[in-house]
Design a protein around this ligand. Structure first.
Ligand SMILES: *[C@@H]1O[C@H](CO)[C@@H](O)[C@H](O)[C@H]1NC(C)=O
Length: 850
């Protein structure tokens, strides 16, 4: 077992570095020499050291003969003197950190220099805890209670940021940076300002520090020492509403980025001004402190330049990303090296109105100069012919490490997965914005391929890319506070989907002609003891419209039949008695380890506990919201309808247990025992979320036949086929496939049953189709399972989903055009069907009980 014994670094963790830094600045020279054990060291680390270098320089310049003698080396070569200060500072900082936190990873600008190696860890300087105090008193409970493990922490140190500025005597821009990243995210930082007023004489060094919980909109900030006069930036227009700062680089991408910002601002009616200042930390600090709205940096600033200031900008309510809008990743082993290879844009909290950070980044993604900067990943010009000339979702088309997907890597994987032979390779790809989705819980886009050779038709023209990085999504971070259990559940659901799609079982399913997407590549990085930090990505076969695939808002009867046949074949394929399950113990165990031990997101164990007990009271609300519509509906008797809530509630627990007998929910064991061997023989794998939004269809021949593609296996797990069928009927079928007396639904269940029996024989679970009823499942038994599935879905809809949004004919009408929503969330006839059918199936259940 990993873990519980491992040291957790408290919220306070965040502080030491910061604190340390402030401390280092006040260590007396003698003490430092002692620490360093080297009397030759003539410069005190960090701020103090830098200040001494400058002082010596000042004195030399004043022509004082004795001072000149002492500091000649300094005066003649501030750069080498500074390097020495740099090195000594880093060594002192690292030593103090190591003394307290022996295992955290530390990355410093001077790592290459042997003299920067830490001293004996026992001899680290004591730490100040200013930031700890700021965190303890801040408003954000997440930050106050944050706990991280020391092995997840990386500290980035730049003892002197702004070397050039120092050499050129632009002293305000000189900074000392210590940033703390947790799992690659900048969460805390301290910026030391040795010359807040631009010279040695008029002010003491000071430190600005801040910390912010991942996903929080604000954090704790503070300063140690006199902040001094604000750094002056000369903007080229006074009183502009949008002020940006950059360096004076001639970098084409940076010039393009500046122009985009100017255009976006002026288009929205704001006045724009630009100023140049040195130092990475300095630019971002200007944004944090509200002296500029935007900071732009070119490609290649170092991670130690941005870690501390990013945390402070975020703590002040601002935002920092790369130029394309993806988060910066501060890892000690970042694949792209220790640099921000795609630039940096920081914005202040003040921007989130008209000229929002996201809007600016979206413009960046459409800019030709900036797209060119990604050519080495995307394959560049070769992508132009097929969507590369459009705005790109270049923030979504990223691997889990944060870098852009690489054409070579993607090409190799796809070619291998489809068995394309010879030396075919991907010369380029595009990821157009029009096909991209940035969801609350995941991101997705289409990747269009340009292959090096005309293939024999096996190489796909596109693929579907889905990326789940919950820890970087604000919605998920909030949900973690309000509904922590759901985060663990959601995270597991992505792991289930990714591992199911990548499994041999899924491949076998696909080979058996059941429409599931081919998985070209899957990257799974689950974190079991901190689920929100899990990451997943999937590159899947694309059910693309140009190949004839469509998605319906709701399935017409002919489509519903085909979808039910596909589900039936999947259910039959995974029956315990099937060839697949019996043929190999290993394959069977793999399958069971991959999917949920009980499938279906609406099962009682995955829903709030009180859901079972609120159906009756929720029903009052639904009756008043839908009252007029029910009165106008001749097939529903309002007096009878009123009784449905209480009746459903009285059966809800039993129905839950019978519908999900393998879930271990209350009563499930009884249901299992009661069902005996016959029930055990039906313990198959169900889809778990068979809504029309998860079903693709394309015409097969002239008739009403459709080929079906199933997607979204997040809730796939062990269950009864009838459970999927019941949910499907509630969620997916268009009104013309449903009826007032249940006849149309039963005809659909007949279709399912026929396909199920046939497939059970085909896949070896029964001796013949004709014997399926006797050996496995009768039509009557299926009917009970199916009706349970419907009623169980209704408990979740009436007791939770409708309740949450106060569902009414008006609220449904608003969702009418949605593809993703369930039919009861977007169509009044379907909602009325639910109300009427609840009564019908409850009556059947009540009759069976007698
Ligand atoms: C239906 O609506 C409820 C309330 O908005 C929501 O919680 C649920 O996720 C929706 N489901 C679908 C698939 O439409």
């Amino acid at each position: 077992m990993r873990s519980s014994a491992r040291p957790y670094v408290a919220g306070a963790l965040i502080l030491w570095a910061v604190a340390l830094q402030a401390h280092v600045w006040s260590i007396p020279d003698a003490e430092l020499r002692r620490l360093r054990g080297d009397s030759r060291v003539s410069f005190v680390p960090s701020a103090r050291g830098i200040r001494r270098v400058q002082k010596a320089r000042d004195e030399a310049a004043s022509d004082d003969e004795s001072a000149f003698v002492v500091t000649r080396k300094v005066a003649s070569d501030p750069r080498s003197a500074l390097t020495e200060a740099d090195v000594a500072a880093q060594s002192a900082i690292v030593s103090a950190l190591r003394a307290r936190w022996p295992t955290v990873k530390i990355v410093g600008e001077e790592d290459e220099n042997d003299d920067a190696a830490p001293m004996s860890p026992k001899r680290g300087a004591p730490l100040r805890e200013d930031l700890c105090a700021a965190i303890e008193t801040c408003d954000d409970a997440r930050l106050r209670t944050m706990r991280v493990k020391s092995e997840d922490v990386t500290v980035f140190i730049d003892p002197v940021d702004g070397t050039r500025e120092f050499v050129e005597s632009r002293l305000r821009a000189v900074q000392c940076l210590i940033g703390i990243a947790v799992r690659g995210r900048a969460v805390a930082g301290a910026i030391g300002l040795p010359f807040p007023d631009g010279d040695v004489a008029s002010s003491e060094a000071c430190v600005v520090y801040g910390a912010v919980a991942p996903g929080a909109k604000r954090g704790a900030v503070g300063a140690h020492g006199e902040r001094g006069a604000a750094l002056e930036i000369r903007f080229d227009a006074e009183n502009a509403q949008v002020r940006s700062v950059t360096g004076d680089s001639k970098n084409a991408a940076l010039i393009a980025a500046k122009e985009i910002l100017r255009e976006t601002a002026t288009k929205s009616g704001a006045t724009y001004a630009h100023g140049s200042i040195g130092g990475a930390g300095n630019k971002l600090l200007a944004v944090a402190e509200g002296r500029a709205e935007y900071a732009l940096m070119h490609f290649g600033t170092s991670l130690w330049d941005t870690c501390a200031p990013e945390a402070i900008v975020r703590a002040c309510g601002g935002k920092v990303t790369d130029l394309y809008g993806a988060p910066l990743m501060h890892y000690e082993d970042s694949p792209g090296g220790l640099v921000n290879q795609l630039g940096v844009v920081g914005s202040s909290a003040a921007c989130e109105g008209a000229i929002s950070h996201d809007a600016v980044c979206s413009e960046m993604r459409g800019n030709e100069d900036l797209k060119k900067m990604l050519n080495r990943f995307t394959g560049g010009d070769s992508s132009l012919a097929f969507g590369g000339d459009e705005i790109q979702a270049s923030d979504v088309a990223r691997c889990l490490g944060g870098g852009p997907l690489s054409a070579r890597d993607v090409g190799d994987r796809v070619a291998r997965a489809v068995g394309a032979e010879g030396d075919v390779s991907l010369s380029g790809y595009s990821a157009p914005e029009r096909d991209a989705v940035r969801g609350l819980m995941s991101d997705a886009c289409r990747i269009y391929f340009k292959w090096s050779t005309d293939d024999d038709g096996r190489l796909p023209r596109s693929a579907f890319y889905k990326k789940v990085d919950m820890g970087n999504l604000e919605y998920m971070r909030t949900k973690q506070v309000t509904q922590p259990l759901k985060i663990a559940r959601d995270s597991k659901s992505y792991a289930v989907e990714a591992s199911f799609l990548a499994s041999d079982a899924c491949k076998a399913l696909e080979e058996a002609g059941i429409g599931v997407p081919i998985c070209y590549a899957a990257d799974l990085r689950p974190v079991h003891d901190d689920p929100i930090e899990s990451k997943f990505s999937l590159l899947l076969e694309d059910f693309h419209p140009s190949d004839g695939w469509e998605q319906a808002k709701m399935l017409r009867p002919d489509q519903a039949k085909c979808a039910l046949r596909a589900l039936a074949r999947m259910h039959a394929f995974f029956l315990p008695g099937s060839r697949f399950r019996k043929s190999s113990k290993a394959a069977n165990e793999d399958l069971l380890a991959t999917v949920w031990s009980s499938g279906g997101y609406w099962q009682p164990n995955m829903q709030p506990d009180d859901q079972m007990d609120v159906v009756a009271s929720a029903w009052e609300q639904h009756m008043s919201s839908f009252g007029a519509a029910i009165e106008a509906e001749p097939t529903i008797d309002i007096a009878v309808a009123r009784t449905v809530g209480a009746r459903l509630q009285s059966h809800a627990r039993r129905i839950g247990a019978e519908t999900h007998p393998f879930s271990g929910c209350p009563g499930a064991d009884d249901a299992l025992r009661h069902g005996g061997e016959r029930l055990a023989a039906l313990q198959t794998v169900i889809h778990g979320d068979p809504k029309s939004g998860n079903i693709f269809e394309r015409r097969a021949g002239e008739s009403d036949e459709w080929e079906i593609g199933l997607i979204d296996f997040q809730w796939t797990g062990i269950g009864l086929g009838g459970t999927d069928v019941g949910h499907f009927m509630c969620a997916s079928v268009a009104p013309e496939g449903l009826s007032a007396d249940g006849a149309a639904e039963n005809a659909l269940v007949d279709v399912y049953y026929d396909a199920f029996c046939e497939a059970a024989a085909e896949f070896g679970a029964v001796s013949s189709k004709e014997n399926a009823g006797e050996e496995l499942l009768t039509r009557e038994e299926l009917q009970v399972q199916y009706e349970n599935g419907v009623l169980d879905t209704m408990r979740c809809v009436f007791g939770y989903q409708w309740l949450r949004v106060k569902a009414s004919p008006e609220s449904l009408a608003k969702n009418a055009q949605s593809i993703g929503r369930n039919s009861y969330n977007k169509s009044l006839p379907n909602a009325l069907w639910m109300i009427r059918t609840a009564d019908l199936y409850l009556k059947a259940r009540e009759a069976r009980a007698h």
